[in-house]
Design a protein around this ligand. Structure first.
Ligand SMILES: [Zn+2]
Length: 321
């Protein structure tokens, strides 16, 4: 049953994805604010309206939406809400939620090029990219009406501040309420799983792709400095005491990377070969998740100076130092 607790109400919505349910949050402020919106499915919409009704609220009463990041399970349902509704997020989400043919072309060029240099056969990545494009039916298509950056206080939410927490998505933010240490974290930190450091095309006007695992680790270290008492996460349980959880996550990631380094001591490999070794059972079904998890470890090892990259071939080859 949806209920208010300290000015926050959690609404739990189904998704068709392996991650399961997604949580969205209503914040009572000078503006009734929804943080994130579930996927664009009739089931999610029905669950959303049902739980709003338990709170005595109709969808039209929501005055603004803040997005933690652009993934379909956090934005799709926006298409069911009035077009006049204000939607605020970090600007790097704009191109994903308000897709243009230009960005679609840029996106496809980037990933086709990336997969080629990672050694993924074309016969494999082309059908995969076509399947991914179909997943966009669960997302939304509408412009943002306002941009949020580090330290911004969102309109109508005097108690809350924006913390930029890139990694899982380039434009990922969390909302921080200093007076009682509550964090609405999106997917930055989840109790049961580590979010995937998903690859994204270079930022507008930039040439190099971001290195999301390095950004993610920095976001975790940044959060460790905040006296967080409670995290309302995008998936799974609420939790507190984030310092040991973050230590555990950073350590596990380091261990995963060192296993990759040990594998590379046997000989240089392309990212796709490493991916096949790491995820023999899943890489065929989940190319983007398994490749980004693989590249995460390679970017991390590269940042530590533990590996070298041979770039003179069409395919990148990674070797242990
Ligand atoms: Zn996400």
């Amino acid at each position: 049953m949806a209920e208010w607790k300290n000015g926050i109400a959690k609404l739990t919505l189904p998704t068709p994805f392996p991650v399961g349910d997604v949580h969205t949050y209503l914040i009572k402020g000078d503006r009734l604010t929804l943080v994130d919106a579930g996927v664009k499915t009739d089931e999610a919409w029905e669950a959303f309206r049902f739980q709003l009704a338990q709170l005595g609220i109709s969808p039209e009463e929501i005055e603004q939406v803040i997005l933690t990041h652009h993934h379909p399970d956090h934005v799709g349902l926006l298409d069911f809400l009035p077009a006049s509704l204000e939607v605020h997020a970090h600007p790097l989400n704009e191109r994903w939620v308000n897709r243009t043919p230009d960005f679609a072309a840029e996106h496809n060029r980037f990933f086709a090029g990336l997969y080629r240099t990672f050694g993924v056969p074309e016969s494999f990545y082309v059908p995969f990219m076509q399947r991914m494009a179909k997943m966009l039916r669960f997302s939304c298509n509408r412009p943002l009406t306002g941009y949020l950056h580090e330290n911004d206080i969102p309109v109508g939410l005097h108690d809350w501040r924006v913390l930029e927490t890139p990694g899982h998505a380039q434009g990922h933010i969390a909302l921080w309420r200093e007076k009682d240490g509550v964090l609405i974290g999106g997917d930055v930190l989840l109790a049961h799983i580590s979010p995937n450091p998903l690859l994204e095309p270079p930022h507008p006007g930039k040439l190099e792709r971001p290195m999301p695992q390095l950004q993610y680790n920095e976001s975790l270290r940044k959060l460790q400095k905040y006296p967080v008492s409670l995290v309302h996460a995008g998936h799974g349980e609420d939790f507190g005491d984030i310092v040991p959880l973050i230590e555990k996550r950073l350590l596990r990631q380091h261990e995963r990377a060192m296993k990759v380094k040990a594998m590379l001591k046997q000989g240089a490999k392309s990212p796709f070969e490493i991916c096949q070794h790491l995820f023999p059972a899943v890489y065929q079904k989940e190319l983007s998740l398994t490749i980004s998890e693989t590249v995460a470890q390679l970017d991390y090892l590269q940042s530590l100076g533990e590996i070298t990259i041979k770039e003179d071939e069409a395919v990148l080859l990674y070797a242990a130092k």
